[in-house]
Design a protein around this ligand. Structure first.
Ligand code: BG6
Length: 308
């Protein structure tokens, strides 16, 4: 983006001492948010939150040091938006994994300083000839990012077509952790899941999740909040959600990490994905004019104080 366009964006949507649009890596526009609660970066590429850090905390989101900032490629880390399908396309393996929203150019729709001095930024992405060639529907997607001492992300999809459509998706959140051996994920106990590293077998979660190998699980039919307890950072990350009956937990471990070009060989140690998702089994069908909101709220607290 050239500087007159950046100037225009800053004039219209910038907020003094809170929100500035800059040219980030790869020439992508980044919204840099800083307020008395936290700081965050949101890329217009993919409508993707790249970072979030409340005051006096280590970064909450993980971003691969080998990520691409390239047109047509997804950014490995932060919160990619998977839509209108999660994972592989249901019938066509030639289609991009996790849909096309995460590689699309989004636009700024609104920005606002809220009463408690937190900041809200709304981006929008709608169908075009290019999207209709991949998925023959008219739609409007909005992502609303609120940066406070918590991070709220709302993905609102609306059917602007004259026929119904079905979609799946996810807020594919990558969390920064001290070490994969230091964490436990709680909240999914007794939940059924599909184990993608064991031929999609249907299993039931016993106890909290600790990760000691490649893990790729789709927890079906759960609206539960999850907590990542991190003993190394002495903190817990609470993830609550709305409009989602599916949670995905993913860590590629060693071999898969090596196979991914945009993922450092050892980086699996410091990340875990806990994804607020729609699908695989509970999809969303929208009638013309209908809309659905997928919402995730992330809060960080001290582990010791929660244990007291
Ligand atoms: C997870 C999937 O949500 O995303 C995994 O469950 C997949 O199967 C992972 O490997 C990463 O996907 P991608 O397309 O970003 O490499």
């Amino acid at each position: 983006m050239n500087s007159p366009e950046l100037t225009k964006l800053n004039r219209k949507y910038g907020i003094r001492d809170q929100l500035v649009f800059t040219e980030g890596s790869g020439g992508f526009v980044w919204a840099e948010i800083k307020n008395r609660h936290a700081e965050a970066t949101v890329a217009l590429h993919g409508g993707q939150v790249l970072s979030y850090r409340p005051q006096a905390q280590a970064p909450v989101l993980w971003l691969s040091r080998k990520r691409y900032f390239q047109t047509g490629k997804a950014i490995r880390g932060g919160i990619p938006v998977c839509w209108p399908w999660f994972g592989d396309h249901p019938t066509d393996t030639g289609m991009p994994a996790h849909g096309f929203a995460r590689t699309a150019a989004w636009s700024v729709y609104a920005s606002e300083q809220l009463e408690d001095e937190s900041t809200r930024l709304t981006l929008v992405f709608a169908d075009s000839e290019a999207t209709r060639a991949l998925w023959p529907h008219r739609f409007r997607l909005e992502i609303e990012v609120s940066v406070s001492d918590f991070l709220r992300v709302k993905l609102i999809c609306t059917n602007t077509d004259n026929k119904p459509f079905t979609c799946t998706g996810a807020l594919h959140s990558y969390f920064n952790i001290s070490s994969i051996s230091n964490i436990a994920i709680k909240g999914l106990e007794e939940c059924p899941y599909l184990d993608k590293v064991d031929q999609g077998r249907r299993k039931v979660q016993e106890g909290p999740i600790s990760i000691q190998r490649e893990t790729d699980r789709i927890y079906t039919d759960t609206t539960a909040a999850c907590t990542i307890e991190d003993n190394g950072l002495d903190r817990q990350i609470d993830i609550t959600k709305n409009g989602s009956r599916t949670t995905v937990v993913w860590n590629p471990w060693t071999d898969k990490a090596r196979r991914m070009q945009d993922f450092g060989d050892e980086e699996y140690e410091n990340m875990v994905c806990v994804e607020t998702a729609i699908g695989a089994e509970v999809v969303v069908t929208l009638a013309p004019g209908g809309s659905h909101t997928l919402e995730q709220v992330v809060r960080v607290g001290s582990l010791s104080s929660h244990k007291d």
